[in-house]
Design a protein around this ligand. Structure first.
Ligand code: TEU
Length: 537
């Protein structure tokens, strides 16, 4: 399984209030105890931090706030010494506007790097800088237009995210060669693969047409050359390291059908994708208009992805990352049944077929932060949304802001949860006095030890990795039930997604089967609130 570290919020070794590489290194024994196979490190490259490092200004260095390349090499050695692997976050759909490539590109229309980015003149007949002069009507993920006027040359450049994140032009073979060379440089340094940021946006409709309502995604998601670019990348970067690397492509909007091609090993594109369907089930018209989750929708979505990649390709499995609110607050109960529902959610996810990803703190049952005012948010997506929508946006921000996932890792009950001796860049959740790694490791019934047991089961029981998946009770609004079968073993998973007792009818006395792992220590003929059980039949 893969554990995502968001370095800025993981562990601070020098008291500046921001996590760093030496901090990560100091926690490697904790990760090894959990049973981590692969560490995914969110970006630590030099960056102005406009989007917390997803705006890179130098692909071959370390942002000083996180440390040095020597610190990185020592961390990598420590990861490998413990039999773990490390994958980096590859952010190459865009760079920072402070990257030398962009500084050169914007300097003049005839600069050799002009075509490394997307430059267009103002819309026909509209003066530069006037409203509506943007070359397309697309809106950015972070509000506002996706085009920024550059006064020097009087042209606009494309940025699907912030204006400090100009999109690279992947149509240009020089861009692709420079990215491949940089990737090889990290692999030669000993890195074991990459998580690829919004990698399904690198091929765009070069006509750059307008879109009804300004949603340009039909013209930049999964464009006409995506498979070609990924196969070329695989050939140029990974082919001679067969089997020694792992890649996962983050692909907003990717479908099961597309993922069958993208993750088919015979096509040599990527190993896995992050799909977004299950983490958009509770979105209204926008993510901020959060609706309740209907368990039947979740079962239909995850069931479809299990069936779709059953015979070809491979699933990633996740509830959390640095962009998603904490799952125990979102799909579980972060109050009375926090421990039970965190264990239940983990059991459901980790018993599916695919590679599970754990986001830092998920293994402790960490919850959303109790934000009270918009001034507390730091994430550019939340800050820009509030600037546009005003305080009416606060409920949506409290529920869905990415900052919910970015409050410091809770190591112990001391001030600042042992994350820093300084002032944390984002406040520590007040519940760290109860919810923290030290308490969890000492408590045999903790969420942490349940995650350890799930990971140990995956490492010991082949059915968890190889077993066929069968969804059961698809129409039950409270119970998530499925089986996994491999050779002569069948595992049966029952999970109560409700605060009420449930006795699902499976047509046989499931409670008589052998209880392999449960969120509670014993069995019984009814599932208690938020209880999960794994049986071997
Ligand atoms: O996220 C891609 C992405 O689409 C997210 O912005 C997601 O749509 C949004 O957060 C949902 O609210 C990746 C990174 O994970 C994210 O942190 C970056 O901000 C983004 O790309 C740009 O690099």
């Amino acid at each position: 399984m893969v554990y995502q570290v968001y370095p800025r919020s993981f562990a601070d070794s020098d008291g500046d209030g921001v996590g760093d590489l030496r901090g990560v290194e100091s926690k490697l024994d904790y990760l090894a105890e959990l049973g981590v196979d692969v560490l995914w490190l969110s970006p630590v490259y030099p960056s102005p931090q406009d989007d917390n490092g997803y705006d890179i200004s130098d692909y071959r260095g370390i942002e000083p706030v996180f440390g040095t390349l020597d610190d990185f090499d020592r961390l990598l050695a420590g990861v490998h010494e413990r039999g773990m692997k490390l994958v980096m976050d590859l952010v190459v759909n865009h760079t920072s506007d402070e990257h030398p490539w962009f500084v050169e590109s914007r300097s003049a229309k005839d600069n050799p790097k002009r075509d490394w980015y997307w430059w267009r003149p103002p819309r026909e007949g509209v003066p530069a800088g006037a409203p509506g002069a943007e070359p397309t009507n697309w809106t950015s993920f972070f509000t506002g237009p996706t085009w920024e006027l550059d006064e020097t040359t009087g042209e606009y450049y494309l940025h699907l995210f912030s204006r400090k994140q100009p999109d690279l032009n992947w149509e240009n073979p020089q861009v692709r060669a420079a990215v491949h060379e940089m990737m090889r440089w990290w692999l030669d340094r000993g890195v074991d693969g990459f998580r690829m940021d919004v990698i399904n946006m690198i091929s765009k409709d070069t006509a750059l047409p307008d879109s009804p309502g300004g949603d340009g995604s039909a013209h930049y998601l999964h464009g006409p050359r995506l498979h070609e670019f990924l196969r070329e990348m695989h050939r140029e970067v990974f082919a001679d390291r067969a089997g020694a690397t792992m890649t996962v492509g983050e692909m907003p909007g990717v479908t099961v059908e597309e993922a069958r091609l993208l993750t088919d090993p015979a096509r040599a594109e990527v190993d896995m994708v992050f799909q977004f369907e299950h983490v958009q089930l509770d979105h209204g018209p926008a993510k901020w208009d959060r609706t309740g989750l209907d368990l039947r929708d979740l079962k239909a979505t995850l069931g479809r992805w299990q069936a779709g990649l059953a015979d070809v390709g491979w699933n990633s499995l996740y509830w959390n990352n640095h962009d998603q609110p904490r799952v125990v607050s979102r799909f579980g109960d972060d109050g009375r049944y926090r421990v039970e529902s965190a264990k239940m959610l983990a059991t459901v996810l980790h018993l599916h077929r695919g590679t599970p990803f754990i986001y830092q703190g998920e293994e402790l049952g960490m919850t959303n932060y109790p934000f009270t005012s918009a001034a507390q948010f730091r994430d550019i997506e939340s800050v820009n949304h509030h600037a546009l929508a005003g305080d009416v946006a606060l409920p949506g921000l409290r529920a869905m802001s990415r900052d919910n996932a970015r409050t410091p890792m809770q190591w112990d009950a001391s001030p600042n949860a042992g994350f820093t001796t300084g002032t944390p860049w984002l406040p520590v959740n007040p519940n760290h006095t109860e919810v923290n790694a030290a308490a969890a490791r000492a408590e045999t019934d903790s969420v942490f030890h349940h995650y350890r047991a799930l990971i140990a089961l995956r490492h010991s029981e082949p059915t968890v990795v190889h077993g066929d998946f069968t969804m059961l009770l698809p129409d039950d609004p409270n119970v998530y039930a499925f089986s996994r079968s491999h050779r002569d073993t069948e595992l049966l998973v029952l999970a109560n997604f409700s605060p009420k007792e449930q006795r699902p009818d499976l047509g046989f006395p499931w409670w008589d089967a052998h209880l392999v792992l449960g969120s509670h220590s014993d069995g019984g003929t009814t599932l208690r609130p938020w209880e999960a059980r794994v049986y071997r039949r």
